[in-house]
Design a protein around this ligand. Structure first.
Ligand code: SF4
Length: 350
């Protein structure tokens, strides 16, 4: 492969920069693969600042892979509540059980790591490099941006052609030695210097090698994704209260927002009368009462926007609770300890 610079020069510059500028982060205190795996999963789609308190709380409660495997999924979801992308927590829990029951120790090969739920090639590469000091390429969001600019890749960086090319570059640049430091160095460079909007090229150790810097196009890369207009979904949520208790249910553990809790809710169309939908929902629950419109809530997910109209109703007796399906009465105190999903947290605070 023809490269505009020597891979050894890239790693030399990165390692020397990392020695001076590398970040101190809680998951860098030791090389325990469990802690590194947990941090890598939490950091997918989430910033370092947001992750740190969750990471520390999670490890306080579940300090080892054995304790994670022994925990209930509800406990794991509770510790994850607020971080989003809950399939990560479910996969973490399943993978811990798989490792403890089938392997006994944390896998230290690419194949072994890829066989676990929730671990893709880049996460496997990060665990191998950082925990086991084994050379393995990484292509997370930060590394991807650095490579796109370093090689001045002018096409859509999400195409399959780009994917193939970026992995090839990631592989060829990964040195045979110092894998632990190199992996963290290139991720840190993307997180602190080669940042999305205004890369700090003047203080970048790769400046003399960087093709985007030479061509004066660093701020234009990676080329922007076409704005996709997200569909809007509308729902009516109903806060049913009786003697200080609320009616809520846990969503099925598999699937979207799996394992999180919510108030009774129904999908509606823009044409539908929302108050009537709330009254029908109450009747479906086997309950009667006067519903009052409380507020409107908007919440954005990665693949749709949600517009939620909130109604509330206070009923006198819980006589029909048996007909309320999977919904159960919870006292306000007990409910506060359950992980409501983001939109319904907003509903409750309203
Ligand atoms: S010189 Fe600028 S664009 Fe190039 S890698 Fe460094 S920060 Fe990124």
């Amino acid at each position: 492969m023809n490269l505009p610079f020597s891979p050894a020069e890239v790693s030399k510059r990165l390692l020397s920069w990392y020695g001076r500028e590398g970040r101190t982060l809680p998951w860098r205190e030791n090389r325990d693969p469990y802690r590194i795996w947990l941090s890598e999963i939490m950091l997918q789609q989430t910033t370092v600042t947001a992750v740190i308190p969750y990471y520390e709380r999670f490890l306080q409660r579940l300090p080892t892979i054995e304790s994670l495997a022994a925990a209930s999924l509800d406990d794991v979801i509770s510790l994850w509540a607020g971080l989003g992308y809950y399939s990560r927590a479910r996969n973490l829990h399943r993978a811990a059980r798989q490792i403890v029951s089938e392997q006994g120790s944390f896998p230290d090969t690419l194949e072994g790591l890829l066989a676990l739920p929730g671990i893709g090639r880049s996460t496997a590469g990060a665990i191998l490099s950082i925990a086991f000091d084994t050379p393995a390429p990484i292509l997370d969001g930060n590394v991807r941006r650095v490579l796109v600019r370093l090689f001045a890749w002018q096409e859509d960086p999400r195409s399959s052609r780009a994917e193939k090319q970026l992995w090839q570059w990631a592989e060829v640049l990964t040195p045979d030695e110092h894998s632990h430091d190199y992996a963290q160095a290139i991720m840190d460079l993307g997180a602190t210097v080669c940042v999305p909007r205004t890369p700090l090229c003047e203080s970048c150790p790769l400046r003399e090698l960087c093709q985007a810097f030479k061509q004066d196009c660093a701020t234009l890369l990676p080329v922007a994704r076409k704005q996709v207009k997200l569909p809007i979904r509308r729902q009516v949520a109903l806060l049913v209260k009786c003697s200080g208790d609320y009616l809520i249910r846990q969503r099925p553990t598999e699937g979207f927002l799996g394992g999180l809790w919510e108030f009774p809710v129904v999908e509606v169309s823009p044409e539908q009368n929302h108050r009537q939908s709330a009254e029908f929902l109450l009747a479906d629950l086997g309950l009667t009462g006067d519903v009052c419109e409380a507020d409107a809530v908007r919440h954005a997910y990665s693949h749709f926007k949600l517009e939620l109209t909130v109604f509330s109703v206070e009923i006198e007796t819980k006589t029909s609770v048996a007909e309320a399906g999977e919904y159960t009465w919870y006292s306000e105190d007990a409910m506060k300890r359950l992980p409501l999903h983001g939109a319904h947290k907003k509903v409750y605070s309203k």
